[in-house]
Design a protein around this ligand. Structure first.
Ligand SMILES: Cc1cc2nc3c(=O)[nH]c(=O)nc-3n(C[C@H](O)[C@H](O)[C@H](O)COP(=O)(O)O)c2cc1C
Length: 195
């Protein structure tokens, strides 16, 4: 893969909030994504992250109900009924391995993007979801006390159109949708992110 193909892959890997519910995601596929995450850098190589694969219907529904989607477009109630993700990967921190959670937030970021890009090359997609109650999710999935939920990743086959926009300096960068439900994501320009 050359640079331009790599860049296209990154540009096409967007946060999807609508999925084809007919396209199931198997446990094996979720395991393959986590298998890629194992190779990422980790602070002091402690690798304190653990992954809970959620793919059984009842658990998927429960986790769906505990996550909040598209806070900037609350009135749309995404994902819509019939377009919900068929699976989730819950990234957790095992505090028995390393106690201090904040230091490992960087690890969470690295593994999450690795999982989402792995999903992309497997013909799937996803969305990172940080808006949930750690206690509610831990309880619902029967996680032991020392395993802390950090980030939820929805995984499925996206069925919506997402368009990247170059944000003009000073312009709002909130994502938005048009009347055809096309989702627009403004990204700051290269010259605006370089210091
Ligand atoms: C750490 C993290 C937490 C996020 N939490 C949520 C969330 O709770 N709900 C949601 O709908 N999107 C969430 N997102 C997705 C962002 O809204 C999304 O990345 C942003 O709108 C830009 O879109 P893009 O990912 O397609 O570039 C989160 C993204 C990140 C990186």
């Amino acid at each position: 893969m050359d640079y331009s193909q790599w860049k296209e892959l990154l540009k096409s890997s967007r946060s999807s909030r609508g999925y084809d519910e007919n396209c199931k995601v198997s446990r094996t596929e979720l395991e393959q994504m986590v298998d890629c995450a194992r190779y990422t850098p980790s602070t002091m190589n402690l690798q304190p992250l653990r992954y809970r694969l959620v793919h059984e219907a009842q658990e998927v529904e429960t986790l769906q109900s505990l996550t909040k989607w598209a806070g900037a477009l609350k009135e749309l109630h995404l994902p819509r009924e019939g377009h919900r993700p068929p699976a989730f990967i819950l990234i957790c921190h095992d505090t028995h391995i390393a106690a201090a959670t904040p230091g490992f937030l960087r690890d969470v970021g690295i593994v999450s993007q690795t999982i989402l890009l792995s999903a992309k090359v497997m013909g799937l997609g996803g969305c990172a979801l940080g808006a949930f109650s750690e206690e509610e999710v831990g309880r619902a999935l029967n996680l032991p006390e020392h395993v802390k939920p950090m980030l939820v990743l929805a995984i499925g086959k996206p069925d919506e159109t997402i368009v990247l926009k170059e944000a003009q300096a000073g312009e709002k960068i909130t994502y938005y949708r048009d009347e055809n439900d096309v989702h627009y994501v403004p990204k700051r320009k290269l010259e605006d992110v370089l210091l």
